[in-house]
Structure formats: structure tokens, C-alpha cells
Write a protein that binds this ligand. Structure first.
Ligand code: G3H
Ligand code: 13P
Ligand code: ZN
Length: 322
């Protein structure tokens, strides 16, 4: 089937109590690892491309890689989504350039300005058959070149969501309930430590999610910053020359809970990076004489695939839903 929008995916996910995985793609091996797992597990999927990914790999290369995945995986719905579109021009370029979904992230702007920019993107997108994700609230962490300190982050205010959705006409809403971008989601001061000395982050604000859901019944909610930062990969990186002390993510148990609710899209990027980097670091340590990229990218791609498979089955609940 051709690339799809997220409309049908989200309706089924909302009604079925699961979430679609939105995985960031930056190169061929990442696209292959994700889509091979989704095809084998019969899971719908969103492949998303950030501004940084377009700058790194080039718009056309990424679109063509995703189109190749559509050909190779004909039985699963695949949406191509712009992640954190910073302005109208970037969204327009992706809408004109083959994307089926865009995010306009004007969440750092004042409320009225966020509405105005989002509305403009929605009008252009809907005229071209493309859907729009918008954001209210501010996540902590690093996205593209923007770093938001934890003290500058703010939860989405439930009393704003109805007006925002009504005035913008957006198709889904990303909210801030305590998730955070990157591999260092929380400072040690924000966490407690478990018996193994691993940081345990503060729980997500499910009360805020519930209040938003009450005000927007049936409306798809999106969670960004939802990597769980698997400690096996952090340990693999640290055991093979890396230095990532106190990298910590969102516990998968809480993501599972979110996936059962109005949350229809869960964004995962950092976990893929950790799997790839850990695998490659370990490979080089074991094979210091190897220099063929195919040799070390092959196990990295295989581990991305297994990580995605685990997310589909054990976290998102979307395996078998294609
Ligand atoms: O939320 C941001 C995503 O992880 C994309 O990261 O901007 O470094 O490509 P990036
Ligand atoms: P992570 O950094 O938690 O993987 O979040 C990715 C994301 O939100 C992409 O938009
Ligand atoms: Zn994000």
C-alpha cells in the first residue's frame, strides 16, 4: 500500500487501547531495522524525520529510503512524518515533498502565536491531504539545536487544550506530562536511586493526561521524549569506551500505561541511537582490525530491529494491528 496519513492509524489505536510507534530515521540501516521489525510483527508505523535529519541525510534521500521501505513492506501502513517542524516553510517543504504528516512545533511561542502559526500550517496541509500534529506545553531536554533546561519545562495546561484544538484544527496534540528528550531525561536531583544504584525518575503526570482526555474525548494525544534509555545499552556503551553516566529514561511500564489511554503516538529516537552506538562500540572492541562499515552496521541494524520488535510487542501494543 502507498504511504498513508495517521488518521486511520490513530482512530484504530484510540479505540483499541494501543499506540503507534513513531521512530526517527536518519539513514538506511535505521529505516531497515525499524520497518523489518514492523513488517514481521504486522505493526503500523510512523517514520519521522527531524530538521536535523534533513540537514544530515538530505530530504530526497530520506524520502526515497522510506519509499523503498513501502515497497519492501507492502502489507503494513507506513506514514512519513516531519518531527518538530520549526516553521511554516519547513512544513510546506515536507508537504510539497511527499510527507503525509507534519508536526508544527510552535510550543515555545506564546499561546496566541502558537495558534496562529499552527492554523496556517493546518490550512496548507489539509488542502494537500496531509495531517498536522501540534504541541502545547514544553518538554525538557534536547531537540535539534534547542536545549530546554528542566526548570524551564512546563506541563501542558488542560484548560488551554479545547481552545487550541478548536482554533487550530490540528489533527493530534503533543503534550508535556513529564517526558523529556534525549538520553539524560532527568537530573540526579530529580530522581531517587534503586537498590542497583540506577536512577528512578519522577512518575509521569497521568492526572494531567486524564484531564486533557476528558476535555478532548476521542482526540489523539502524542507523547514525545519517550525513550526508556535501556540500561543494557548504556552499560554496553560504558563498557566499550563510552561515557554516559546516569543516562535515564521513561520506565516502560509507564509508557505501556500511556499507550492504553488516549495516547496514540509515542516518539522514540534516543533508544535507537543507544542500540546503534552500543553495538558498534562493542563490535570495534571485539574486532579492532575490522574496517568494513557493512561488518559493524549489520549487527547495529539487527539490534535496532530487535529493540523495535520489543517496543511493538511489550510497550506500544501495536503488534498484529496492521
Ligand atoms: O526530538 C528530537 C528527536 O530526537 C530528533 O533529534 O533533532 O537530533 O534529529 P534530532
Ligand atoms: P527521545 O529522545 O526520548 O527518543 O524522544 C524522541 C522524540 O520525541 C522525537 O520527537
Ligand atoms: Zn520530540
Amino acid at each position: 500500500m502507498p504511504l498513508v496519513t495517521t488518521t486511520e492509524m490513530f482512530k484504530k489505536a484510540y479505540d483499541g487501547g494501543y499506540a503507534i510507534g513513531a521512530f526517527n530515521v536518519n539513514n538506511m540501516e535505521i529505516v531497515q531495522g525499524i520497518t523489518e521489525a514492523c513488517a514481521e510483527e504486522h505493526a503500523p508505523v510512523i517514520l519521522q524525520v527531524s530538521k536535523g535529519a534533513r540537514a544530515y541525510a538530505n530530504h530526497t534521500y530520506l524520502v526515497k529510503l522510506v519509499e523503498a521501505a513501502v515497497i519492501e513492506c507492502p502489507d503494513i501502513p507506513i506514514a512519513l512524518h516531519l518531527d518538530h517542524g520549526p516553521d511554516f516553510e519547513t512544513c510546506k517543504s515536507c508537504i510539497d515533498g511527499g510527507f503525509t504528516s507534519v508536526m508544527i512545533d510552535a510550543s515555545s511561542k506564546p499561546f496566541a502565536e502558537n495558534i496562529e502559526i499552527t492554523r496556517k500550517v493546518v490550512e496548507y496541509a489539509h488542502d494537500h491531504g496531509v495531517v498536522v500534529e501540534a504541541e502545547l506545553g514544553t518538554l525538557a531536554g534536547i531537540e535539534d539545536d534547542v536545549k530546554v533546561a528542566s526548570h524551564a519545562a512546563s506541563y501542558t495546561r488542560p484548560e488551554e487544550v479545547e481552545e487550541f484544538v478548536a482554533k487550530t484544527g490540528c489533527d493530534s496534540l503533543a503534550i508535556a506530562i513529564g517526558t523529556s528528550h534525549g538520553a539524560y531525561k532527568f537530573t540526579a536531583a530529580q530522581c531517587t536511586r534503586n537498590e542497583k544504584g540506577i536512577l528512578v525518575p519522577p512518575p509521569l503526570r497521568f492526572d494531567v493526561l486524564e484531564e486533557i482526555t476528558k476535555r478532548l474525548p476521542g482526540f489523539p494525544i502524542v507523547l514525545h521524549g519517550s525513550s526508556s534509555v535501556p540500561q543494557n545499552y548504556v552499560a554496553m556503551i560504558n563498557a566499550n569506551g563510552g561515557k554516559m553516566p546516569d543516562a535515564v529514561g521513561i520506565p516502560e511500564e509507564q509508557l505501556r500505561q500511556a499507550a492504553r489511554s488516549a495516547v496514540c503516538k509515542i516518539n522514540i529516537d534516543s533508544d535507537l541511537r543507544l542500540a546503534m552506538t552500543g553495538t558498534i562500540r562493542a563490535y570495534f572492541n571485539e574486532h579492532p582490525d575490522h574496517f568494513d562499515p557493512r561488518q559493524y552496521l549489520k549487527p547495529a541494524r539487527a539490534n535496532i530491529k530487535e529493540l523495535v520488535r520489543h517496543k511493538l510487542i511489550d510497550v506500544l501494543g501495536c503488534a498484529g494491528k496492521a
